[in-house]
Design a protein around this ligand. Structure first.
Ligand SMILES: Nc1ncnc2c1ncn2[C@@H]1O[C@H](COP(=O)(O)OP(=O)(O)OP(=O)(O)O)[C@@H](O)[C@H]1O
Length: 235
């Protein structure tokens, strides 16, 4: 059966500047739902900046400004994420992010994944337990940590820490997952596991990832956006 494609993210005439340094210039593109889109290009071209546009993470940076529109289909409705009616808390729940260097919180493996649920509130202890277990399975980590859930998360290997961070981002069921060079600090085996994980997550969410590694992009991405001097180029 053919699954109808729908547009998840609609970017129109997006420009972005830090003070008088314009980093993104007049970008227009769509991201289809349940796909992996890679953002590629040389260093300093605005790839990480573009990711932060999708969850408004840049907004506290002094003198940073954005023009154009970014619409994301969330809970079935297309939303202008910069409209004042769009709640930042809700946006951040639905658009998760994982960074280049794994950043586990200084607490147990279990508590790392349970943390966002605790912040949001409303889950019983057994609901939290079930959700943490399900998410650790989804992040390909359960079998490796099920007997040491109370251990400090910082004792895990780099690859395990990154999968834990993916689990922490996934536990609230985000519709969009932003990954900023998620494997750049990992060895080839850990990288392969994360790539398998990314592919498996396509059924659950739409992924936008920054990568410097074109071989990786070929392996995991359905489309890519190449940035050069702030514009999209066709390579
Ligand atoms: N908070 C900030 N304030 C001012 N300028 C910034 C800020 N963050 C990034 N920049 C500048 O914006 C430009 C784009 O940075 P960005 O990190 O988005 O690029 P990138 O393509 O992700 O780079 P890399 O591949 O090296 O991570 C760079 O010139 C950078 O110095």
């Amino acid at each position: 059966m053919q699954v109808a494609q729908c547009v998840k993210i609609k970017v129109r005439q997006l420009s972005f500047a830090y003070g008088d340094h314009t980093v993104l210039k007049d970008l227009t593109f769509d991201v289809q739902a349940n796909t992996v889109t890679a953002v590629v290009g040389p260093s300093g071209q605005g790839k990480s900046t573009l990711l932060t546009v999708f969850n408004r993470l840049w907004e506290d940076i002094p003198h940073a400004r954005l023009a154009g529109t970014v619409r994301i289909r969330l809970s079935g409705n297309e939303r202008d994420i910069y409209h004042r009616a769009c709640s930042l808390t809700e946006l951040r729940r639905q658009v998760g992010m994982v960074f280049q260097t794994p950043n586990p919180l200084p607490m147990s493996i279990y508590k790392n994944v349970a943390f966002p649920l605790k912040l949001v509130g409303g889950s019983t202890r057994s609901q939290t337990r079930d959700r943490v277990k399900r998410t650790l399975r989804q992040a390909f980590l359960w079998d490796e940590v099920k007997d040491r859930l109370k251990d400090d998360a910082r004792a895990l290997s780099g690859g395990q820490q990154q999968r834990l961070c993916m689990a922490r981002a996934l536990v609230l069921n985000p519709e969009v997952l932003l990954l900023d060079e998620p494997t750049s600090s990992l060895d080839p085996a850990a990288t392969e596991t994360i790539e398998q994980l990314i592919l498996s997550l396509k059924t659950a969410c739409t992924i936008v990832m920054v990568s410097h590694d074109m071989a990786q992009v070929e392996r995991v991405a359905d489309q890519w956006i190449a940035l050069r001097e702030g514009r999209i180029v066709a390579d």
